[in-house]
Ligand binder design. Structure first.
Ligand SMILES: NC(=O)c1ccc[n+]([C@@H]2O[C@H](COP(=O)([O-])OP(=O)(O)OC[C@H]3O[C@@H](n4cnc5c(N)ncnc54)[C@H](O)[C@@H]3O)[C@@H](O)[C@H]2O)c1
Length: 389
């Protein structure tokens, strides 16, 4: 069995999602050879996932000849620099979403980056990605974009139908919403490059672009992203502190709700919603309307396991789904979450790509176009215009 050796960068929330999912990759011997992180959580992480080498520094990990592929699971502002260094060191790269963003200039205060001109941000992000594109192309190594929505089994099943019927996707609706993150970094543009759109909306937005590009391949057409409009705001501004008691987000210079419309070169559309003020548990939803079919690859909530409870205190330690505010009454249990959300399929694809040299489903083009669309949406919202790409 071919062995693939991975170096993990980061030991936080998403690194655990990757760690759990690597265990489920089959047909290949995946070795988590090394890890580096700047937090002490790295020791527990290495122990939990049986990783023999812990490096104090990213550059040390890159010098390890055993590491074939570097899995970058760090905060977004570090992604581009780390991707470049890893490719230049001759490694294949996996990069978590978002590929990049605008995080301000040196010396910017924590709470002011989001006030900067979105046109300036859009242009800076495109420059940065164009520069990275050159490095990716020159490297001859694989760039694999960790966009798990692409690999959700329900989305891949939709694609199987689309391949068979060769229909035209007319409209895609996509959403990722929940009641918000209380994490300090989530409140500030400086750390995430935006608010709920880039943190959550990036998932359905990338999935929509991916589906249209797949449609183009199936039908032998050229389809590209043509224009973007965005409308967003801070909906919780109208609430008192008491009224916000079930909402976790407390945005400082970012949006807590976003609506984005993508228009493709064939005139079809995708309508994407992201929200940090939406109660009822995480909503990871897609709807795909073609000229002869409808698909609803619901990731969450889905109806795999409805349950009803009258005594929530007795099941307080039993996980139901992310961000659900109560366990009383009817609930949708999220079964096999790391599979249903696509993490396992994603790493299966990436490991096979490293082993065989084939291209990933979620690649640099998707990463690039997604970030371009997100910043076009921010620009559109600020200037009240449709942004032509
Ligand atoms: N696909 C998903 O569903 C999903 C979910 C959550 C987060 N993410 C993405 O994963 C990435 C990480 O998010 P997170 O929630 O795990 O954050 P986190 O804060 O929990 O973890 C970040 C990790 O990066 C490490 N780190 C920071 N600087 C470093 C450096 N210079 N060298 C090595 N390690 C360093 C930290 O030590 C920490 O372990 C982000 O890009 C985020 O958008 C994706």
């Amino acid at each position: 069995m071919k062995q693939v050796s991975v170096g993990i960068v980061g030991s936080g929330f998403a690194a655990a999602l990757h760690g759990d999912s690597y265990k489920k990759v089959c047909g290949l011997d995946v070795k988590l050879a090394a890890v580096t992180s700047v937090e002490d959580t790295v020791y527990g992480y290495a122990e939990k996932y049986g990783i023999p080498k812990i490096y104090k520094d990213f550059s040390e990990l890159l010098k390890d000849p055993e590491v074939e592929v570097v899995d970058i699971i760090t905060p977004p502002h570090l992604h581009v620099g780390m991707v470049k260094q890893a490719l230049e060191a001759g490694k294949h790269v996996i990069c978590e979403k978002p590929l990049t963003g605008y995080f301000g200039e040196k010396g910017d205060a924590e709470n002011t980056v989001g006030l900067r001109s979105k046109r300036e941000m859009y242009e800076a992000v495109i420059r940065q990605m164009d520069d990275l594109k050159e490095t990716v192309e020159k490297s001859g190594k694989l760039f694999m974009y960790a966009e798990n929505f692409v690999y959700a089994p329900s989305l891949q099943k939709t694609l199987e139908f689309l391949r068979a019927e060769k229909s035209k996707i007319l409209l895609i609706k996509g959403e990722e919403s929940h009641s918000g993150s209380h994490a300090h970094h989530a409140a500030y543009w400086k750390y995430n490059g935006g608010g709920t759109l880039i943190r959550q909306g990036c998932h359905p937005l990338s999935a929509a672009i991916y589906l249209k590009y797949q449609e183009a391949a199936i039908r032998g057409e050229e389809i590209s992203l043509k224009s973007v409009t965005g409308d967003m705001g801070v909906l919780q501004k109208c609430l008192t502190e008491e009224e916000k008691k079930y909402i976790d987000s407390r945005p400082v210079d970012v949006e807590d709700q976003a609506n984005v419309v993508l228009t493709f070169s064939d005139g079809t559309k995708a309508s994407i919603t992201a929200g940090d003020v939406i109660l009822g548990g995480v909503r990871n939803l897609m709807e795909i309307y073609t000229n002869e079919s409808v698909y609803q690859p619901n990731i969450a909530p889905n109806s795999a396991m409805p349950v009803y409870h009258m005594s929530p205190e007795k099941i307080s330690d039993v996980y139901i789904t992310e961000k659900v505010e109560t366990k009383t009454g009817w609930q949708h249990v999220f079964v096999d979450e790391e599979i249903a959300r696509g993490y396992v399929g994603e790493l299966q694809d990436f490991m096979e790509c490293v082993a065989t040299g084939r291209k990933p489903q979620s690649d640099f083009r998707l990463a690039y176009d997604s970030i371009k669309a997100i910043y076009a949406a921010y620009l559109s919202n600020e200037e009240g215009i449709r942004v032509e790409l």
